[in-house]
Design a protein around this ligand. Structure first.
Ligand SMILES: C[S@@+](CC[C@H](N)C(=O)[O-])C[C@H]1O[C@@H](n2cnc3c(N)ncnc32)[C@H](O)[C@@H]1O
Ligand code: SF4
Length: 363
C-alpha cells in the first residue's frame, strides 16, 4: 500500500549560496503553469489510497502567494487524509505570515518545517539567507499562535570560520524556540552552487566530528531523542514521513525532481521545467529485483539509530537479516550491534556510517 505523498514546489524568493535542490526564482506565470501540470500529474497517478503522511517540500512552498497556496490546496483536495495524517509544509521565515498560516491550519496542515540554518549574522550572510534570528522567533510564535505546535527547524553546521562556541550559540538559540524536532546538516559544497563557484572548501574532518558530537550531546541533554543520523525529536514527534523513507515503505512523489517508490519501481521525475509542463514527468525508472529491495532496506534502515528490527525484517522480506551481505562480520568488528530485537550501527560509529552502508550496495 502507498500511504504517503511528497510534493515538490520548486520556487524560492531568494537563492541560497549552498543549495543544489531543484528550484527557480519565484515567477507568477511559472507558478501558475506549474500548478496546472502538478494537478494533471496527481490526477493521472494517485489511486485514491488514504494517506498517513503528506509532505510539501521545496524549494520554498511558502514563497507562493496566498491565492497560489489556495489553488494548491484545491489541488490537494483529491487526497484522502487519515484522521491522524501527518501533513507537513516547509516554510522560510521571511515569507510566512498569519494569513498563510491560517490557510494551512484550515487545510489540516499539522507540522511545519522551517529553514533556520543558523542564528548568527555572519553565517546567515555566508549561506545567502535573508532573515535574522529575531524574525525566526517572531514567526515561530506566529506558527504556534494558530495552533500548529509540531515544528521542525533545520540547522546547517560546519561553516567556514564557525567555531564550536558559535555552534553552541546556534544550538542554544534553537532550543530556546521550544520546538519538537531539529534536523542538522553538515554543510555540503555542491556543484553548481555559489559556494562551489567561489571555490569554498569544507572545514576539517576533525572539527566536523567535534561539531557532530556537540550537537548530539547537547540535544540529548535537552530531551531530544537522536533517532536518525541527522534528526532529533521530542518523544512522539519523530517525522512520520521521513520514517516512511527509512523504513523502505512506498510513497508517491509529485512535482519536479520528486522521487517515488511504488511496488518494485523507484522513479525520479524530470528537473526540466519545460518537460514537466509538457507532461513528460518521469526522468528515470529503476525496476528493483529482490536483492535491490533488500539492499535499500539495509541502507535506509541503518540510518535509524535503533536500526532494523530482526523479526519485522523477517516478516516483511522473508529472509533472516543475519544471513545478508557481511552483516555477521560487521557485528564481529563491532561496527554493528546485534541485540535481542534489533541490529544497529554502533553509536560511536555513526559518524562513519557511510563507510559501513557501502557494504550493502550491489552484489
Ligand atoms: C529542501 S531544503 C529547503 C527547505 C527550505 N526551502 C529552506 O531553505 O529552509 C531542506 C534543508 O536541507 C538543508 N540543505 C540544503 N542544502 C544543503 C547543503 N548543501 N548542505 C547541507 N545542508 C543543506 C538545509 O538545512 C535546508 O533547510
Ligand atoms: S535552501 Fe531553501 S530557500 Fe534556499 S535556495 Fe534552497 S530551497 Fe530555496
Amino acid at each position: 500500500m502507498t500511504n504517503s505523498v511528497y510534493i515538490h514546489i520548486p520556487f524560492c524568493a531568494n537563492i541560497c549560496t549552498y543549495c543544489s535542490f531543484c528550484k527557480f526564482f519565484y515567477n507568477e506565470k511559472m507558478v501558475s503553469d506549474y500548478l496546472n501540470s502538478l494537478e494533471r500529474e496527481i490526477l493521472d497517478t494517485y489511486k485514491g489510497e488514504t494517506l498517513q503522511t503528506l509532505y510539501i517540500g521545496g524549494g520554498t512552498p511558502s514563497s507562493l502567494t496566498l491565492d497560489e497556496l489556495k489553488r494548491l490546496f484545491e489541488i490537494l483536495k483529491v487526497f484522502k487524509l487519515s484522521d491522524t495524517c501527518e501533513f507537513t509544509i516547509e516554510v522560510n521565515p521571511e515569507n510566512i505570515d498569519l494569513d498563510k498560516l491560517k490557510l494551512f491550519k484550515e487545510n489540516k496542515v499539522n507540522r511545519l518545517s522551517m529553514g533556520v540554518e543558523s542564528t548568527l549574522k555572519n553565517n546567515l550572510e555566508y549561506l545567502g539567507r535573508c532573515h535574522d534570528f529575531n524574525l525566526v522567533k517572531e514567526k515561530i510564535n506566529l506558527i504556534k499562535s494558530v495552533g500548529i505546535t509540531n515544528i521542525n527547524v533545520d540547522l546547517i553546521y560546519a561553516l567556514k570560520n564557525q567555531s564550536l562556541k558559535d555552534l553552541e550559540t546556534d544550538i542554544n538559540n534553537i532550543l530556546s524556540l521550544d520546538i519538537t524536532h531539529i534536523s542538522t546538516y553538515s554543510l555540503m559544497i555542491e556543484e553548481h552552487t555559489k559556494l562551489y563557484i567561489k571555490k569554498e572548501t569544507n572545514i576539517s574532518e576533525e572539527l566536523d566530528y567535534l561539531m557532530y558530537n556537540l550537537i548530539r550531546n547537547k540535544l540529548k541533554e535537552h530531551g531530544f531523542n537522536h533517532y536518525e543520523v541527522s534528526n532529533f525529536s521530542k518523544t512522539g514527534y519523530e517525522s512520520k514521513h521521513n520514517l516512511v523513507y527509512w523504513n523502505n515503505e512506498h510513497y508517491y512523489g509529485f512535482g519536479l525532481s520528486a522521487s517515488s517508490y511504488i511496488k518494485n519501481v523507484r522513479k525520479t521525475n524530470t528537473s526540466s521545467f519545460n518537460d514537466y509542463l509538457k507532461g513528460n514527468y518521469v526522468k528515470e525508472k529503476e525496476i528493483l529485483n529482490e536483492k535491490d529491495i533488500l539492499s535499500y532496506a539495509l541502507i535506509l534502515g541503518f540510518r535509524k539509530i535503533t536500526g532494523i528490527n530482526k523479526q519485522e525484517f523477517l516478516d516483511k522480506y522473508k529472509v533472516d537479516i543475519l544471513s545478508l551481505y557481511n552483516i555477521k562480520d560487521l557485528i564481529k568488528e563491532k561496527k554493528l550491534v546485534n541485540d535481542l530485537d534489533n541490529i544497529y550501527i554502533s553509536y560511536d560509529k555513526i559518524y562513519i556510517e557511510n563507510s559501513i552502508l557501502i557494504n550493502f550496495v550491489g552484489d
